[in-house]
Design a protein around this ligand. Sequence first.
Ligand code: BEZ
Ligand code: FE
Length: 260
Amino acid sequence: MASDARLAEGIGRITDALHTLVVDLDLSREEWMRVLAFLTEVGKADEFILLSDVLGLSVFVDEYANPTDEIATTGNVQGPFYLPDAPVLDPPYRLAGEDEPGEPLLFAGRVTDAVTGEAVGGALLEVWQADDSALYDVQVPGAGPHLRGRFAADREGWFELRTIVPPPYEIPKDGPVGRLLEVIGRHAWRPAHLHLKVGHDGYRQLTTMVYFEGDPWLGSDTIGSVKASLVVPLERVPASERWDRPHAVCSFDVKLRPLS
Ligand code: BEZ
Ligand code: FE
């Protein structure tokens, strides 16, 4: 019989850790049965990834695989709301029309090579975000693609996207993971953020999130994914030639790590 040595090692380590926990916590049989009943519910509700998120394991595993880079832009988890085939946008790039509810936001920056500092012209960006009522399109039955899109930086690496400022939101909390958070006295909030992927041939693909200074949930993100270098100011500016309505500006430069 073929055996999977790696799996056997992992199961052995988990078993040892659980045995130690039973003793350390003086766990009763009833308590262990409650643990098993909870995990059964998590499986039935398809919430194991959400459980991994709120336990900080998704972020931990991601950081372990992609240790913080001294020079390139810090990465972050993709989260559950990414779709691979987001609409390809035409310039000038907009994720939202003029009548989209929410504060208009200009998201702009430059993509450069983290080692040489030179422009990464034509880098491909993907952005996806929640709407003003704190929902992603995939959470709205029948909505179709909304507030997500793909577009390219120009030859000098510059990009500019018109959208709205996303609000903070609560992760789904109507299932067993939400109940767990409530029982242990934790909230379900994530600070407002934009999700971003940036790629170009010859560079390591970046997946990350951009947060905004002053957000009340920055210090207690329920999935623990806020990193200081990804928190940027939102500047409020009046209508101008650049955009004929008052808007917020989020400037975020991206440094890509070349594949060596
Ligand atoms: C998000 O960033 O969109 C997200 C991440 C983890 C759980 C739920 C949502
Ligand atoms: Fe998100």
